[in-house]
Design a protein around this ligand. Structure first.
Ligand SMILES: Nc1ncnc2c1ncn2[C@@H]1O[C@H](COP(=O)(O)OP(=O)(O)OP(=O)(O)O)[C@@H](O)[C@H]1O
Length: 360
């Protein structure tokens, strides 16, 4: 197991700043994900780790070895691409064996290693099939076997699931995670899909416009986003503007509409934020933290009446888009027992003050 460090790494393409000052230390055996929308610089960062691009500035270090300008074939990384990049007319065996043949390994060793890699991805019986006779999910597993067969120190995956349908994507992400834990291999994963990132990663680096926004565990980036971008990109969030009206010790009163003042707790705010009366903040409320108010809760802080604009029953939950005064509020109720309200219905809700998060 090996660690990977990026020290103040930047990449410019002419005038375009692809990636700026990425500074991370990925731990040995860690599953680390680069997450962000299209164009945020995640693929560029991965390509610099693989050696397909060299940084314009900064250093890349694997263990104790500076690999910043080492060619890809000298880095001992295995890579899986979005489009798999397999040879369609060759068999599964030939595709997986390719990297070992290039390295001029003996035939017997190649056969053994290919068989093992195919067993690892549960394709032991498919070695003689041609790639164009496989399903998308099976092709994806061949690509994974081909990356693993060279016994890389680091596994790099660039949107490996984006060509699969939703159900297969979910199954395959569990498969990749299982294999990664089994092999204990340091893994760097690129995706724009926050659910994928949340479910698979030990830590996530959220990127936007070539700049790292936050690095943290799934829980940290979800519950303690550092800014509005992270709060809106990870999971769903209601984001309201508000102005701080009062501060009483730990309790903050923030006005979000002419007739609505919410209570929040000072500890639930983004880092390096100064809370002062008169400051405009963004208030973030997760839909699942909204509660139906019991009769005795209807007069307490953060209790409001919402009018149903849209209701949606998903089986697991009932989701409402509510109108609260002039604001709209997404609310999600899991294990909902009572009947689902339709458009125009009124619902007493309350937002626990612990669930009101302030972004500076
Ligand atoms: N070879 C290149 N030449 C010029 N500009 C590039 C090149 N590769 C990437 N860029 C630019 O660098 C920025 C980051 O691109 P990158 O491909 O890393 O983003 P990404 O987050 O991986 O996006 P996607 O999910 O669409 O692949 C973008 O503005 C992109 O246009």
């Amino acid at each position: 197991m090996i660690d990977v460090a990026l020290e103040q790494v930047s990449k410019e393409f002419g005038k375009v700043k692809g990636v700026q000052n990425v500074d991370i230390r990925i731990k040995p055996g860690e599953f680390f994900t680069f997450l962000g929308p299209s164009g945020c610089g995640k693929t560029t960062t991965l390509r610099m780790i693989a050696g397909f691009y060299y940084p314009s500035a900064g250093r890349i270090v694997f263990g104790h070895e500076d690999v910043t300008v080492l060619p890809p074939n000298k880095r001992n990384t295995g890579m899986v691409f979005q489009n798999y990049a397999l040879f369609p007319h060759l068999t599964v065996f030939e595709n997986v064996a390719f990297g070992l043949e290039v390295r001029k390994k003996p035939k017997l060793e190649i056969a053994e290693k290919v068989e093992r890699a195919l067993r690892q991805v549960h394709l032991g019986d498919f070695s003689h099939r041609r790639i164009d006779q496989l399903s998308g999910g099976q092709q994806q597993r061949v690509a994974l076997a081909r990356a693993l067969v060279i016994e890389p120190k680091i596994l790099l995956l660039d949107e490996p699931l984006s060509n699969l349908d939703a159900k297969l994507r979910e199954e395959t992400r569990l498969e990749i995670k299982r294999l990664q834990i089994e092999l204990g291999i340091t893994t760097i994963y690129v995706t724009h899909d926050q659910a994928e990132a949340m479910s698979m990663s030990d830590r996530i680096m959220v990127m936007h416009g070539g700049v790292v926004q936050q690095i943290g565990t799934p829980e940290e980036v979800y519950h303690r986003p550092v800014n509005r971008f992270v709060a809106s990109f990870i999971g769903e969030s209601n984001l309201w503007e508000g102005v701080i009206e009062e501060i009483h010790g730990e309790e903050i009163k923030i006005r979000v509409a002419p007739g609505l003042v919410l209570t929040a707790l000072a500890r639930n705010c983004s880092p390096n934020t100064t809370l002062t009366v008169g400051t405009i903040m963004t208030v973030s409320i997760r839909p699942e933290s909204v509660r139906e108010a019991l009769p005795e809760e209807q007069l307490q802080a953060n209790a409001v009446v919402g009018k149903v604009l849209i209701s949606e029953f998903t089986g697991i939950s009932v989701n409402y888009l509510l109108q609260v005064q002039a604001l709209s509020l997404k609310a999600m109720f899991v294990n909902h027992k009572t009947h689902v309200l339709q458009r125009g219905g009124e619902l007493s809700i309350y937002i626990p003050k612990e669930s009101v998060y302030l972004l500076g």
